[in-house]
Ligand binder design. Structure first.
Ligand code: THU
Length: 135
């Protein structure tokens, strides 16, 4: 699975976003160590706080299917589905990544039609609180 293909899957996943309140469509595509890809979109709610981000949708779909080892995730988003710059993972999604992923887990943040930047989890969530602290 190339980075380019994973990015394309994340962009496709934006189509399923349920975003009647913000109109920001976000898509994610998560590659597991077993070689499978789980996609996700953001799903909003009239009560706002139950809203779930695209990254967590993808991660929870994977975990619920028995997958817990992840290699990388691609994330794309933008108002009305138009990508006009980076849409990086929120803090809550970074914390969920820290639960399941190693420091070297890669986040591909899309910033244009066929353009993305690669980040490591340890760079975007330094000094994380993670399962090692409560074992
Ligand atoms: N959103 C995501 O899907 N992922 C993020 O990491 C940041 C925010 C969604 C939540 C909400 O539906 C919309 O983007 C605007 O905040």
């Amino acid at each position: 699975m190339t980075n380019e293909k994973l990015v394309a899957l994340a962009i496709n996943a934006m189509d399923n976003a349920y975003v009647p309140y913000s109109n920001y469509r976000v898509g994610a595509a998560l590659l597991t160590q077993s070689g499978k890809v789980y996609t996700g979109c953001n799903i909003e709610n009239a009560s706002y706080s139950p809203t779930v981000c695209a990254e967590r949708t993808a991660i929870f779909k994977a975990v619920s299917e028995g997958e817990r080892k992840f290699v990388k995730i691609a994330v794309a988003g933008g108002k009305n589905g138009e990508i006009s710059g980076e849409f990086p993972p929120c803090g809550v999604c970074r914390q969920v990544m820290a639960e399941f992923c190693e420091d070297g887990f890669v986040i591909l943040v899309v910033n244009g039609a066929n353009s993305f930047t690669e980040y490591k989890l340890s760079d975007i969530l330094p000094f994380s609180f993670n399962p090692k602290h409560i074992k």
